[in-house]
Design a protein around this ligand. Sequence first.
Ligand code: APR
Length: 271
Amino acid sequence: MAFEPISLLQDTQTQNGRVTILTGAGISAESGIPTFRGPEGYWTVGSEVYHPQEMATVQMFRQRPFAVWEWYLYRLGVCSKASPNAGHLALVSLEQQLKNRFTLITQNVDGLHLRAGSSPERTFQIHGNVSFMRCARECRSAIYPVPETLHRQIKTDKWTDDIANLLKCPNCGGMTRPHVLWFDESYNEEFFRYTSSLIVAEKTDLLIIVGTSGATNLPNQIADTVFRRKKPIIDINIEKNSFSMLAEKSPGGGFMQGPSAVILPDLLTFQ
Ligand code: APR
């Protein structure tokens, strides 16, 4: 079966099929946000003492909460200065056409999909969002926006009492933590839409994977579920990886090589 992505998407729409999008850091690369495993990614730019994968843990937060917050406020500063690109916007227009037959599952914590106009109810931020925080003592499961004044931090900014006061839990006064999934934590439904994501995968008629290296658990479960159900997968990436190979083996699916900010608008313009 030849790989015809545009007609594949059109057929899915005419047959009232469900389209699920799974995005990773690659979709935000053209907005100037470093990917995790790229040459300038957070993984390779460890802070002066630790590497990122040690920073993004409950263990490190317990030992050095201020260092972890300083690192996240720096990342929040980078994300706040970035703007959604044509790839994010193309997905907004697809959602407007498909409505409840569309779901966007993102690993990105930069919030760019929501800022582009993707709807909160159909956007599953399965790794959280750096613009939000919650009580580190879990006195309540509420999430709060990180105060705007902290969105302009730069790497050298050091911890101050003013920052500490702005990062207090409004309910118990204890310290908050970033509302993101850490490496020594598990997915759940309440914060990360874990169960919802697996339910959507079981109902997906076409999965479009954009800009992810496939290094994490839930995205692999989603792709494997769609593949097992013999549904087509399209992988969009600047280079091949395990997802592109899965896409090429899926019926009617395939790999589209190139930057997502170029490929997504082209793919979705014909819809
Ligand atoms: N267009 C499309 N794809 C791109 C682009 C681009 N312009 N630039 C980079 N990519 C691809 C890279 O080839 C790579 O496959 O995006 C992917 C980025 O991979 P990672 O940096 O590993 O990011 P991601 O897959 O989102 O990481 C998943 O792992 O570290 C954890 O929680 C973190 O959410 C993150 C998760």
